[in-house]
Structure formats: C-alpha cells, structure tokens
Design a protein around this ligand. Structure first.
Ligand SMILES: *Cc1c(COP(=O)(O)O)cnc(C)c1O
Length: 406
C-alpha cells in the first residue's frame, strides 16, 4: 500500500479522461441527466446523494484514515450531528470526554437531549472513570485526543476495549491530530469525525466536516450504510466547491503537519522558560502527563499549544497584542491564531465544573518562520507583564500551577 503523501495526492483524484486535466474538474451541478428513466450514466443522480467532487474528497480522506467509507458534510458539527442521528435511538446514553470541543457538548446537551439522549462527562485520561461512567443504555463513547483546549491525551486502545466490552461504539474526533499524526480506526475506534475546516482544509477558507467509519455492524446495520443514508436523507452535505477546497488542502496535509509540529515544539519549549508563563500544555514536552502515550499513539505532537499566564488580565493582554498570532476562533490554518477559549469557544461551559480557566490562552501555530513567531510571542508577553495584577508583577517567580485535571 502506498505511503501517506502518495495517497494524499492521488487517492480519489481521478484525472479528467476528456481533457487530461491533472486536477479533476469541480462538478458544480445539482443534477445529472439520465439516459432513460432511472438509467444513470455514471451512477450520479442528484448532488445531495452523490457528486463526483465530493466522492473524490471522501475517497481521499477514507484512504488516509484507513476506513471502509467516508462522508463529507457542510461543517464539522453537521458531521457529528449526522453520525449521532444515524446510530442513536431515544433513551441512549453517551460517555463523553469532558475536555473537548465545546460545540460537541452543546450539540448533545442542547439538541439531542430533546430526543431523549443523555450523556456523562468523563476525564479522558482516566480509563477507570470512563469504565465507571458506562451504563446499560450506553450506546456510544466519544473522545477527542489531543483534546481542546487542554491537550489531554486519551488511550485510544483502552477506550476501544471499554466500548467493545459493552457493545458500544467508539467515536474519535481526530481534528487536532489529523490522519497524518494518528489513525484512530487502527486502535479499534468504529468511527472518526473531523472538522475539515481546520488542518485538512488548512487555509482557513472553507467550512466542512467528515465521518469515516470502519467496517462494523451496529444494531444490525453496517455503519457505512447508516451514515450514508443519514447524509442523503438528512442532507447536510458538503457542496462541490467546498469539497474541492478540502481535497486540495488535504494533498499537502503531511507537509504542513511536519512544519506545524516542528514550530509548535520550538514555541512550546521557549514559552516554558518564560517567567510570565505559569504552565504550558503541549504533549511534546516531557513534562506533559500524556507525553509517552502520545509518543506511542501519534507520529508527532501537533500544532496546538495552550498556556496559562500569571492571571486573567495578563492572558487577555497577551491574546490581544500580537501581530502574527491573530485573535480569532478556529485553528489549523497556515496562519497562526490565538484564542481565549473561556469566552471565545467554550463560553457555554462557564459556571459548570468544566469551565476553562480565565488565564488560559490557546495558540494555533502556523507555518510562518518560527523566529518571527517567537518575536511576536515576546510582544505578547511584554503586554502581559504590563497588564498583570500589581501583586503578581512584584513577584519575580510566579508559582507553577498544578496540572489541570478535568
Ligand atoms: C472546530 C471543531 C469542531 C466543529 O467543526 P466546525 O467545522 O466548526 O463545525 C469539532 N471538533 C473540533 C475538535 C473542532 O476543533
């Protein structure tokens, strides 16, 4: 079988037989002419059901994740919603990793709860607590690793064992790692979800999501069939233009991830030695509690670094004062971004036991020159120094904070 970058460039990307165009055309069409009633010329009928550009992207991503089938959606959340609707029934329970994308928690607790779905949040790093949270009606376990925004590392094989013991499905949100760094299906997961908006698109210019499934029967139906039917009947599909942009980004994923990982490691080490920074969250640091597990389970440690500053004013000033690290939600693009998760992406958790600390900032490290990024971070830290509370600025060595356990 061909290697990652070869598959990324070629899988699903059929050259145009008519013109020889190296890049397959974007099939910007809603419908396909039939040669007779229900006699389909190339298998395509209507673009909600299938479209050649979407098919190409789905095949490309499925090959990279090592799945049986893949389905592209209008956004990451649309992909998550489709998967949940495809496999769950009213009364089902979900074991949900506590540290994860805020929107996943919101989707389940605010929308799916109306249809009788319940969930329990668990510490993703503690398999005993995962096992203890499983109930007789648990149909699904959902985990994100590395997690957002605390970069926790979950033992995928351990989670898969628990799912198998209970006949439940294991779903892994692989958005942060991408298939270049980690293939959850190889560890026994049944489905992978992606926000292709992030590293797969890679250029902050398209929204999208995907579900990739293993060959697996659940409640008597193949997962591929269940999710495929939900995609067609529910209709939250990726359009041809968006599918094209995601496929184009995916071709260079391996190259970009190498650079994201190398730069993030450099920046994490540098930040770890700065007095204004009380804690750095990056699985590539030996001090990270999930470091060894991540080294076994992933090809690299990823491009996201979170950090805590001395206090909330310092964190806010840091986030608002840089030039290359632009203040915005999202991540995974070629440009560096900085985000204040407590209020920007995880605001729905404020007031709950899962709320994000007020001094935490998340960086998505882009592919710019790392020296320029470090100079930018220095600017941010200078602003943080000026903004930090007076009691802290007089204290030359702020105490290191204990590891955050969620
Ligand atoms: C962004 C994100 C999502 C949601 O994806 P959208 O494309 O914004 O709908 C889900 N999971 C993770 C880990 C994300 O970062």
């Amino acid at each position: 079988m061909s290697g990652f970058n070869t598959l990324a460039v070629h899988a699903g990307q059929h050259k145009d037989p008519h013109t020889g165009a190296v890049v397959p055309p974007i099939y910007q069409t809603s419908t396909f002419i039939q040669d007779g009633i229900n006699v389909l010329r190339s298998g395509h009928e209507y673009s909600r059901g299938s479209n050649p550009t979407r098919d190409g992207f789905e095949a490309q991503l499925t090959a990279l994740e090592g799945g049986a089938a893949g389905f592209a959606f209008a956004s990451g959340i649309a992909a998550e919603d489709a998967l949940l609707r495809a496999v769950l029934e009213p009364g089902d329970h979900i074991v949900l990793g506590a540290d994860g994308y805020g929107g996943t928690n919101r989707l389940i607790s605010k929308l799916h709860s109306k249809w009788g779905i319940t969930s329990s949040a668990v510490d993703i790093t503690n398999l005993d607590s995962v096992r203890a949270a499983v109930r007789p009606n648990t149909a699904l376990l959902w985990v994100e690793t590395p997690s957002n925004p605390l970069l926790g590392i979950a033992d995928l094989a351990g989670w898969a064992d628990i799912a198998r013991e209970h006949g439940a499905l294991l779903v892994v949100d692989n958005t942060f790692a991408t298939p270049y760094l980690q293939r959850p299906l190889d560890f026994g997961a049944h489905a992978v979800v992606h926000s292709t908006t992030k590293y797969i698109g890679g250029h902050s210019d398209v929204l999208g999501g995907a579900v990739i499934v293993a060959e697996h029967l659940f409640r008597g139906q193949a997962l591929a069939e269940a999710v495929g039917f939900q995609q067609f009947a529910g209709g939250a599909v990726a359009g041809p233009q968006d599918s094209y942009l995601a496929a184009r980004g995916l071709k260079t994923l391996g190259l970009r991830m190498e650079r994201h990982c190398a730069s993030a490691a450099k920046l994490a080490r540098w930040l770890d030695s700065q007095p204004e920074v009380t804690r750095v969250y990056y699985p590539g640091l030996e001090s990270h509690p999930g470091h060894e597990l991540a080294a076994r389970q992933q090809r690299g440690f990823g491009g996201i670094v979170s950090l805590q500053l001395t206090d909330e004013p310092a964190a806010r000033a840091f986030a608002e004062s840089m030039e290359y690290f632009q203040l915005s939600v999202s991540l995974g693009g070629v440009e560096s971004l900085v985000c204040y998760p407590r209020e920007m992406t995880h605001a729905s958790l404020i007031g709950t036991e899962l709320e994000i600390p007020a001094n935490l900032v998340r960086l998505s490290v882009g592919i710019e020159e790392p020296e320029d990024l470090i100079a930018d971070l220095s600017r941010g830290l200078a602003a943080a120094r000026n903004a930090a509370g007076p009691a802290r600025t007089t204290c030359p060595q702020p105490a290191r904070e204990p590891a955050l356990q969620l």
